[in-house]
Design a binder for this molecule. Structure first.
Ligand SMILES: [Zn+2]
Length: 374
């Protein structure tokens, strides 16, 4: 243990805390340890339908910096924009730290092994070689993954400890994606298609889907559908989720009702998935769950009514651990997962980093790691 932790300390991944930070105890002396968030950072890019989010996150998954740019044009136009924006972004927010890699995440079907976005329907992307293009342009190790899976990994690393045993993560935005994990490992599948729920058929929906059928999960639940209804009912004048959230937060009952109706459908979907998988916990990344917490009661009621196994949805179903940071964390999570799994891979090409100027102490409490003194 001591040799391993000494190695991680010399890599700048762990640091020793003053002994006084632990209460005195009987037995061998302990040196408290903490993740060293000062020297290494992960860079992330989250590609969504309306915008691209650039982020810098530390080894605890805390967001250090974030910027957004509108997403415009086809896949290569977006990748070229990312290549132009990254150097300035890293100069502004990561100077003095070692950037461990670039995580790129998006919805739809993503093959992490090939670094390929296989299919993202709302973006109209097919077989986009994201890793090849961005690795060549940036010289950084590039990790590409689906955002539902990346967020599942982030929950396993930083969220409720039950997630390490088994977890279902559901993402509902412009795409609807799921990811599931057991024993700390997120299932990808031979076709990189695990968690693809977009075209599961919902019994009580007749929403027309691009696939030619109707009632598909994504067509029913997507933000596009939600915003189309909101504009159609005259609640908002343009299809913008922030506008609709502002209306709901401002007390517009029609806006609240739209979010509530969608959340009820999400509840029925969760009941279905929970009954199939029986996970320890479910993490839901969805706007109303995050920003209109009063509506969670409707979600729980629907799950209770439809699930055969979920007796206490309020204990089992949690909103994302990352709140409004969720896209920024998702992007960095692909890198952090690689680092936490194989920290010694950092030995390759190690340079001596300088601590970031003014690096803040971690916002979360120190991990309960201790090292036996010799
Ligand atoms: Zn469909």
């Amino acid at each position: 243990m001591s040799r391993q932790t000494a190695g991680l300390i010399s890599l700048g991944l762990l640091r020793e805390l003053p002994a006084s930070s632990l209460s005195p105890r009987v037995g061998r002396p302990h040196v408290p340890l903490d993740v060293d968030t000062r020297r290494h950072l992960a860079c992330g890019v989250h590609i969504a339908v309306p915008f691209v989010t650039f982020s810098v996150v530390d080894l605890r998954g805390q967001v250090v910096a974030r910027e957004q740019r509108p997403r415009e044009g086809d896949a290569m136009t977006v990748l070229q924009m990312i290549i132009r924006h990254l150097p300035g972004f890293l100069a502004r927010h990561a100077t003095g730290s070692r950037v461990l890699g670039l995580g790129v995440v998006t919805g739809g079907r993503v093959d992490p092994e090939l670094g390929l976005v296989v299919e993202h329907e709302p973006l109209d992307w097919r077989d986009v070689p994201v890793r090849a293009v961005l690795a060549a342009a940036t010289g950084l190790p590039v990790h590409v993954d689906g955002h539902a899976r990346a967020l599942a990994q982030a929950e396993i690393l930083f969220g409720d400890p039950r997630a390490r045993r088994s977890l279902l993560h559901l993402f509902v935005g412009n795409v609807a994606d799921a990811a599931f994990a057991t024993d700390g490992s997120v299932h990808i599948g031979p076709n990189s298609a695990a968690g693809g729920i977009a075209h599961l058929r919902l019994a009580d929906s007749d929403a027309h889907c691009r696939c030619g059928r109707s009632g598909c999960v994504q067509a029913t639940l997507s933000e596009r559908t939600l915003l189309r209804h909101a504009v159609g009912e005259g609640i908002i004048s343009r299809p913008d989720l922030q506008d609709l959230l502002a209306a709901a937060l401002g007390g517009d009952r029609r806006a609240v009702a739209l979010f509530r109706d969608r959340l009820r459908v999400v509840g029925r979907l969760i009941a279905l998935l929970v009954d199939m998988m029986d996970p320890e916990i479910v993490v839901l990344t969805e706007a109303a769950t995050l920003f209109l917490p009063a509506l969670r009661a409707d979600l729980f009621a629907e799950i209770s009514a439809y699930s055969r196994v979920c007796a206490e949805p309020e204990r089992m179903v949690l909103p994302s651990s990352f709140g409004p940071d969720v896209l920024a964390v998702a992007a960095g999570a692909a890198v952090l997962d690689a680092v936490h799994r194989s920290p010694h891979s950092l030995l390759a090409g190690l340079t001596t980093p300088r601590p970031a100027a003014g690096a803040a102490s971690p916002r979360r409490p120190a991990t309960p790691l201790t090292r036996h003194g010799n």
